[in-house]
Design a binder for this molecule. Structure first.
Ligand SMILES: Cc1ncc(COP(=O)(O)O)c(C=O)c1O
Length: 403
């Protein structure tokens, strides 16, 4: 049979991360590569009870087709959870926030449309946008988030800016209050819509992050949230809050995509969340992840001493971002690290434009604290080995250039 692929399918690439994860499934490898929440945080017992209750109380409705907008009580609960005034009619329950990105791409992007993204940005968003064949434009970013002046300079004609203000994937950085004010002012002035992706916002360690961008300009933003990091990713439940002017189009795209998100799961989440469950549960995730972050930071300080490796100390979320010494390439480093029993994700796939080959993302939540210690020691060993090659190659070059 002669299968002729659509042009957009030709452009789809396997996720680099998934390919890397395959390597990390080898026995004996400690993976700091995946973006998986710790399974120890999954409230299995609460779900067992909720599952029985849903089947007992609403079994038939829970197994029937349902509304595309989502289960009304869940939409109401989401609206109540958010720190600005949200009408439940603006909430669209999605099959993970990843589906939100897909629906937004379908509704807002044409081939060649400009979409502004952070440097670096969430790889899964680039993947969700790419079938619509947009032009992803990198906006300069620093430790405080996206730089508002560069955002303003690139805003003209862009369909939207895709921003991750809290504990960003991949860098773990958080946009400061001042930067949020500046970004909203720049976006308002330019008439630039913002898509705010916030799956990690609840996972703060010492203090809650500043108010979301959407809270500051609800008419100019679409907000994406997720139950993946506060309950469990296997539920595949997320949500979108969209201005009323754009909501009907997103809903039509949702209907065409999957009719509705699993109603059984939506009802279970409602059941689990009743009586303020999240207020008791989420602090336990924060405490666990904070301990793991501390373990990784301590291990990095110990093992990378003298190596000129830069890294941040994220105030929440799941990821930490490293920058290797000059001349190093983390794609080349990866096989050496895997040989020593540790995996990470090289930074390059997270850049829409030219990337920094010296960067890598480490997750501190999937491995235990003992494993983190072992993994960082192994990684430091691989860095030393690679660095010796880099220095040797440089010396050779210098000698060759010396008359
Ligand atoms: C920034 C970001 N957005 C969206 C997602 C998708 O999450 P989900 O579809 O599980 O809600 C992820 C997953 O890791 C993410 O890191």
């Amino acid at each position: 049979m002669n299968w002729k692929l659509a042009a957009r399918a030709e452009k789809m690439n396997p996720s680099v991360i998934r390919e890397i994860l395959k390597v990390t499934e080898r026995p004996g490898i400690i993976s700091l590569a995946g973006g998986l929440p710790s399974p120890k945080t999954f409230p299995v017992k609460a779900f067992a009870e909720a599952c029985a209750a849903v089947l007992h109380n609403d079994g038939e409705a829970a197994l029937q087709y349902a509304a595309s907008e989502g289960h009304a009580p869940l939409r109401e609960a989401v609206a109540k959870m958010l720190p600005w005034k949200v009408d439940p009619d603006q909430v669209l329950i999605t099959t993970g926030s990843q589906q939100g990105l897909d629906l937004i791409a379908k509704v807002l992007l044409d081939p060649g449309s400009r979409v502004l993204v952070e440097t670096p940005t969430y790889l899964g968003a680039l993947q969700a946008f790419s079938p619509m064949e947009p032009q992803a434009v990198s906006v300069a970013s620093d430790a405080e988030g996206v730089i508002s002046e560069d955002l303003a300079a690139k805003a003209e004609g862009a369909r939207f800016a895709y921003l991750l203000p809290n504990f960003q994937n991949p860098t773990g950085r958080t946009m400061t209050e001042a930067r949020r004010v500046a970004v909203i002012a720049a976006a308002k002035k330019a008439g630039l819509p913002i898509v705010e992706d916030n799956p990690y916002g609840e996972l703060w360690f010492d203090e809650a992050p500043p108010l979301p961008l959407t809270a500051r300009n609800p008419e100019g933003c679409i907000y994406l949230g997720s139950f993946s990091k506060v309950l469990a990713p296997g539920l595949r439940l997320g949500f979108m809050v969209a201005p009323k002017s754009i909501y009907p189009k997103l809903l039509q795209a949702k209907q065409a995509a999957d009719l509705h998100s699993p109603i059984f799961n939506q009802r279970m989440v409602c059941e689990v969340m009743k009586d303020g469950f999240l207020e008791r549960h989420v602090p336990t995730i924060r405490a666990r992840y904070k301990g793991q972050r501390d373990a990784m930071v301590a291990a990095l300080r110990r093992e990378m001493k003298g190596l000129d490796v830069e890294f941040n100390v994220p105030a929440g979320g799941m990821f930490l971002w490293l920058r290797m010494p000059e001349g190093m390439d983390t794609v080349a480093l990866l096989p050496k690290a895997v040989d020593r029993g540790v995996a990470f994700v090289p930074g390059l796939p997270f850049y829409a434009g030219e990337g920094d080959a010296r960067t890598m993302r480490l997750s501190f939540v999937t491995a235990s604290e003992e494993e983190i210690d072992k993994a960082i020691a192994a990684l430091a060993g691989a860095v030393r080995e690679q660095l010796a090659h880099v220095v040797a190659a440089k010396t050779e070059q210098l000698l060759a250039a010396t008359p």
